[in-house]
Design a protein around this ligand. Structure first.
Ligand SMILES: *Cc1c(COP(=O)(O)O)cnc(C)c1O
Length: 424
């Protein structure tokens, strides 16, 4: 499948039915799988034979979707999770132990910021948030002997800051640690971070990948390129006593990371996606390439429309030529960035609320990246846990309106915005 274009792989990768089998990926709604002998089941547990034994670890429907996503990102393997949060958590716990430290861009999603700053801290794992625009020399100062990874978002939610992936790759690799990229907003249609040297990718599939706002989910993809056997990652390069002495780097080769994530952490944490949700995710993936094109072209037109409107204080979209991140977006996202834009309405918070309440087509929703246009005021909703300083660090001003542009007809979306602006 890897020889096909990404559009073809969105549709066909991961599941190729044999003679007489269902044309469409079936939902294997079964927790368990039957075998004729105990010996066979033993071999499955030892990972010497391929097969399914319990849906917490692997399920045929989920497996096909994982294979598809691995192809789309160009990785050696993928692990689907019950949410994007679970994917971020597992990607970190698979590398860091209590006492370890890592670096994360300060502009990452609010939920991830909480997970890293609060919950991981309680588990003894410490994070340092860095300004993604810092120079490599400044970033290097934050690296400690126990720093185990660097984490950043391709396009930050909701500040839309585009990171210089190559700079973060250099930072990580010159310290023999991996770079994890949250590629949720860009999707593999618009950016494939492995092509720029990233080592691990995570997604909230709840966003564009599902694309219809019907199923929460996450995924971790392994590039297979990082050398875990450099002395810094004993969890991957020394025997796992909880999995009868398996040494992931020795026994799994290029799939060491993703195998450990599955057989150790998914086994223990159990944040498994339901087969039915994997089926829905697969349906979403089949049109991902078409939807991303329209999300991006609609968002570009609306950003340009808002820029010219005198009731608008500012517009932030990486596709605008005067945007601070235009150059980076041309380098990493030449076909378009995402369908999310942010802007401020003149008159501050009060005008913003009046404007949002006057929208008819666009709904106020705590979600982004599905087919329907929606709006949100992050400072009073998704990011309300953050302090004012954290908000600023995350690139969010108190008047910021986040609008996720859907794939409705562009004229209808613009007409809706126009009539709502007239109310203020
Ligand atoms: C939504 C989101 C998450 C969290 O994903 P859930 O599926 O909601 O758990 C993580 N990262 C980014 C960039 C997101 O937008």
């Amino acid at each position: 499948m890897s020889n096909y274009h990404i559009e073809t792989n969105c549709i066909q990768a991961g599941y190729q039915p044999k003679n007489g089998e269902p044309r469409v990926l079936p939902i294997y709604q079964s927790t368990t799988f039957k075998y004729d002998s105990s010996e066979h089941v033993g071999k499955l547990f030892d990972l010497v034979e391929d097969g399914f034994f319990y849906t917490r670890l692997a399920n045929p429907t989920v497996d096909c979707v994982e294979r598809k996503i691995a192809v789309l990102e160009g990785g050696v393997g993928a692990l689907c999770t019950s949410s994007g949060q679970a994917a971020s958590l597992i990607s970190i716990l698979n590398i860091c132990d209590s006492g370890d430290h890592f670096i994360a861009s300060s502009t990452i999603y609010g939920g991830t910021t909480n997970l890293f700053a609060v919950t991981l801290k309680r588990m003894g794992i410490e994070v340092t948030f860095v300004n993604p625009d810092s120079s490599i020399e400044e970033l290097q100062k934050e690296i400690r002997t126990n720093t185990k990874l660097v984490f950043a978002e391709t396009i930050a939610n909701p500040s839309l800051i585009v990171i210089d992936i190559a700079k973060f790759v250099t930072l990580a690799h010159s310290n023999q640690i991996p770079l994890i990229i949250d590629n949720t907003f860009a999707t593999p249609i618009n950016c494939r971070p492995f092509e720029f040297g990233a080592d691990i990718i995570v997604h909230s599939t709840s966003k564009y990948m599902d694309g219809h706002a019907v199923a929460l989910g996450g995924v971790i993809i392994d590039s297979g390129n990082f050398n875990w056997d450099n002395g810094k990652f004993p969890g991957l390069s020394t025997p796992d006593t909880s999995y009868h002495g398996m040494v992931y780097t020795r026994d799994c080769g290029r799939t060491a990371f993703i195998t450990k994530a599955r057989v150790q952490l998914m086994r223990d944490l159990g944040s498994t996606p339901a087969p039915n949700n994997a089926f829905l995710l697969n349906l979403g993936l089949e049109t991902l390439h078409l939807r991303m094109e329209r999300h991006c072209s609609n968002a570009q037109k609306i950003a340009e429309f808002l820029e010219k409107n005198d009731k608008i204080a500012w517009v932030n979209y990486p596709g605008l030529k005067n945007n601070k991140y235009y150059e980076l977006s041309q380098k990493y996202l030449p076909n378009g960035s995402c369908g999310v834009i942010s802007y401020g309405v003149k008159g501050g918070r009060e005008a913003a609320v009046k404007f949002m309440d006057s929208l008819k087509l666009a709904a106020i929703v705590v979600h982004v990246a599905d087919t329907r246009t929606c709006v949100l005021h992050p400072a009073s909703t998704t990011h309300r846990q953050l302090t004012d300083q954290q908000l600023l660090d995350a690139g969010i001003s108190s008047d910021l309106i986040r609008m996720s542009i859907g794939i409705e007809h562009i004229d209808d979306i613009i007409a809706d915005i126009e009539q709502a602006l007239e109310q203020i």
